[in-house]
Design a protein around this ligand. Structure first.
Ligand code: HEC
Ligand code: HEC
Ligand code: HEC
Length: 302
């Protein structure tokens, strides 16, 4: 399917994400289904000295509460003529380690038309970024913030209406941080603003470099002469280009995004209730399965 043009592959898909992407249909246990994640988390663990890692049997429940999201919220590329989906983690998850991997295999996403630089573009590396932060280090999972518990009738369930934690700070953050809502929101926005400012400084420097490279190329500089400067373009471009456009400022953009999420949850109210009903049924099913099947055999995905 990876080799198909998008329009053709799209015809085979009716829904982008389904329960079975994250849950075993027999036991409802969390599971990882994406071959890319299974293979490349194994490669990552090997780089950390742990061989033959099998995510579906060895990950803890708390790890799975991030790994199921990490199936998709990652950096990836299509390798070789068979276009195999690969997560570039075999040297580690940090940006320098990912760059080292790409340099070694000689991958580029495209050649920059003006400068001839072999450019990279990170896709959506939320899993890798989370992994470097204080929450991952403290064992806090994606689901703790993005799928916090809620009450549905008499049941406590994980909110599957995955969106911004800032829309539900009391359930997403205040379970662990007894700080006022405004303060929590301000901490997030301060980090976002700072990141945005730093990114713009780097972006301006990158644009200057591109202009210089372009004039060097027009002036007839050789590939050998341009190679070091092209490498300077390749490195920051991989992380900068993936960021969203420059305007409006980050906090305005975030607010708009949240507003659109919030209005979606109203207009999709019926859908959500239905989802809630499915969830409740699945919980009952899971409980009765568990009683029947105390040894809890975990069905392996092939
Ligand atoms: C400590 C809580 C926390 C954890 C843990 C966490 N996030 Fe987030 N995430 C946030 C907050 C806060 C935002 C910003 C929301 C906003 O601005 O409205 C966010 C934003 C996002 C976004 C939107 C990014 C964008 O550019 O719009 C994605 C996608 C995301 N997180 C995915 C993940 C994934 C995947 C994980 C786990 C690997 C994760 N998050 C772990 C709190 C968290
Ligand atoms: C992106 C991954 C993902 C998808 C897709 C997904 N879930 Fe979940 N689900 C989770 C996570 C994470 C948990 C928390 C599990 C835990 O903590 O053990 C969970 C928990 C559950 C639970 C256990 C009770 C609870 O709420 O904690 C049920 C039941 C459930 N999901 C049903 C469903 C159904 C039905 C669908 C499809 C409509 C679905 N899930 C789709 C990730 C997912
Ligand atoms: C499951 C628990 C948990 C949840 C949920 C959680 N955090 Fe945290 N958070 C921690 C832990 C643990 C730390 C590490 C520092 C500590 O021990 O207080 C931390 C650290 C932080 C820090 C850095 C504090 C510092 O002094 O540097 C901020 C800011 C923060 N969290 C904000 C948030 C926000 C915003 C949310 C909701 C989107 C959130 N957290 C959700 C557990 C959590």
């Amino acid at each position: 399917m990876n080799q198909m043009p998008y329009a053709e592959a799209r015809k085979l898909v009716t829904h982008p994400v389904a329960c079975i992407d994250c849950h075993d249909p027999q036991t409802m246990q969390l599971r990882v289904t994406r071959p890319g994640f299974i293979e490349d988390i194994r490669a990552f663990k090997a780089s950390q000295g742990r061989q033959n890692y099998d995510v579906n049997t060895l990950a803890t429940r708390q790890e799975m509460r991030s790994f199921v999201c990490g199936q998709r919220h990652i950096e990836y590329y299509f390798k070789g003529p068979e276009k195999r989906l690969v997560y570039p983690w075999s040297k580690g998850l940090k940006v320098d380690e990912i760059m080292a991997y790409y340099d070694e295999v000689g991958h580029k996403d495209w050649t920059h038309a003006d400068t001839g630089a072999p450019t990279l573009k990170a896709q959506h590396p939320e899993f890798e970024m989370w992994n470097q932060g204080i929450h991952a280090r403290s064992g806090v999972a994606c689901a703790d913030c993005h799928m916090p518990y809620k009450r549905e009738g008499a049941l406590k369930i994980s909110d599957h209406h995955v969106n911004s934690p800032l829309l539900k700070i009391n359930r997403s953050c205040q379970t662990c941080h007894k700080w006022p809502e405004d303060e929590l929101k301000a901490r997030v926005e301060t980090i976002q603003e700072r990141h945005f400012k730093l990114r713009n400084i780097a972006m301006d420097a990158l644009m200057d470099l591109i202009a210089d490279l372009k004039s060097g190329k027009t002036a007839g500089k050789t590939d050998a002469e341009l190679s070091a400067a092209r490498n300077f373009q390749r490195r920051p471009s991989s992380t900068l280009i993936s960021s969203r456009p420059r305007t409006p400022p980050a906090s305005t953009r975030r607010r708009r995004l949240r507003e659109s999420w919030a209005s979606q949850s109203t207009s999709r109210g019926r859908g959500r209730t239905r989802c809630g009903a499915i969830l409740s049924r699945r919980v009952n099913l899971r409980e009765s399965k568990r009683r029947r099947n105390t040894t809890n055999i975990k069905k392996q995905d092939t």
